[in-house]
Design a protein around this ligand. Structure first.
Ligand SMILES: [Mg+2]
Length: 237
């Protein structure tokens, strides 16, 4: 897989829950949900959404760290990282979430040295915060905090692993997608070649079919015996 680059989402993909949503539920007033709905309805991009939401947070660093330390990840993600690195692929966690939280959560689960491209919390005073967007782009079609397309290399085949709205733009230009949640529905609706998955334990078997299948115009995935037991697991167009 030496010519593959993997763009892996964090919230809802590596974790079962959304870290920012949980931070907002714990530490912000209820108006964060009105802003969230504006984003879900497509009225604002995630960059504006996150800027307004994170300004609502009232939490000390210790309170934020205590929450980050309560977040669980998919238990098979660390082995998956070792697996893909062993295969020669590159992998980056590319997230519209909080870099410091992701780094804290991954290191607690013995995943270190993995590049993390995400938004950055900046402390304003004792318990107030703002969020910076080191990977945003004014040209971003989704007006995201983190433009996942911008940081995706052009000289490699790209595999996107994700679950939701923040992955849709980059998924539409990827060579292949491993999708769960609303991203899987998006891939179906937009005829994006993908395999549906539920957990990282399933991915080594999917990866094993990937290089030859895409090189052969991805047709191998239409008849993959792996998915006989659950035809809904795989969708190929
Ligand atoms: Mg996500």
């Amino acid at each position: 897989m030496i010519d593959w680059h993997i763009v892996c989402d964090f919230d809802g993909t590596i974790t079962p829950t959304d870290v920012i949503d949980n931070v907002l539920q714990r530490f912000a007033g209820p108006e964060w949900e009105t802003i969230e709905q504006q984003w879900l309805d497509g009225h604002i991009g995630s960059r504006e959404c996150l800027s307004r939401q994170l300004a609502l947070i009232k939490a000390t660093p210790a309170e934020l760290l205590a929450y980050f330390d309560s977040v669980e990840i998919d238990p098979d993600f660390p082995d998956f990282v070792d697996h893909v690195i062993g295969l020669g692929a590159s992998l980056e966690v590319v997230s519209d979430g909080i870099e410091q939280g992701i780094a804290r959560i991954l290191s607690r689960n013995y995943v270190t040295l993995l590049p993390i491209l995400a938004n950055r919390l900046r402390q304003v005073d004792q318990n107030s915060w703002r969020i910076d967007f080191p990977y945003s782009s004014d040209a971003c079609r989704a007006a995201s905090g983190n433009c996942k397309c911008k940081s995706t290399p052009r000289n490699k085949r790209v595999l996107v692993i994700g679950d939701g709205k923040s992955d849709m733009c980059v998924a539409s230009t990827a060579d292949f997608v491993f999708a769960k949640g609303s991203l899987a529905e998006y891939c179906i609706a937009n005829r994006i070649p993908h395999a549906r998955f539920d957990c990282f334990a399933q991915l080594p078997a999917l990866l094993a079919q990937l290089p030859q299948s895409v090189a052969a115009n991805a047709t191998a995935f239409t008849t993959a015996d792996l998915f006989i037991e659950n035809q809904e697991l795989l969708h190929h167009v």
